[in-house]
Design a protein around this ligand. Sequence first.
Ligand code: MN
Length: 271
Amino acid sequence: MQKVDPIARAKLLTMNILITNDDGVHAEGLIFLKAELDKIGRVFVVAPDRPRSACGHSITLHKPLRAEKVALRDGSVGYASNGTPSDCVSLGLLGMIEEPIDVVVSGINHGPNLGWDLTYSGTVSAAMEAAIMGVRAFAISVTSYAPRLDYGPAARFAAALAQMLAEHDMPESTLLNVNVPDLPPSQIKGVVVTRQGKRRYSGQLEKRTDPMGRDYYWLGGDQPTDSLEEGTDVYAISEGWVSVTPVHLDLTAYSSIDEVRSWGIQGIRVE
Ligand code: MN
């Protein structure tokens, strides 16, 4: 981590950071992240009480949203919520945490959030929720499902990035999606700013029969196929770089507006 002079350090320590994730409040990645962020600011944890991976941007509207104080693995106190990662951000930013939050960090996720993963990702959605509320935010993931991961490089990178965000405004309606390869620090080539790539899951549907004779389905598939175009997140990771993708909340396909207009949609009579 970069050295900062004492005055800058005092300023940084006034920074309030909210952490959430989608792997659950007791996940290892969250604790590694907190240990590094504790060095640069006041850290508050509000995270799901259980794993909620791939829950996307869902929110809880039709049942009570709860948040219980729990002892984290480092002995400090955080909040465990029955809600989704996005709910946790809302809880943290809308008043349950009484301090104003400067930066929201979501992660460190156990597994990649690359390409089209973003639309499924609870980790990224939590950062989106913060961006919607106008708070600087990033999601961070280590791109491996190996049972034992070294979260150290990702955690240290997160602290350096959070420090940077103390001094730079995030562009409007934008969040950052960070992926860190699961490599020893000496083998990580560096950091690149990327665009969102493409990764296709084969999307298999397996039909099975339960013991009662009823059909059920199992949604799965093999390893995703990455389209290794230069400049994308999937490419950067495959080459051993840390990937930082600025993600915009505006999902409009601007380049398609004229084409879709040209179909004559406006002429459909609405009766
Ligand atoms: Mn996850």
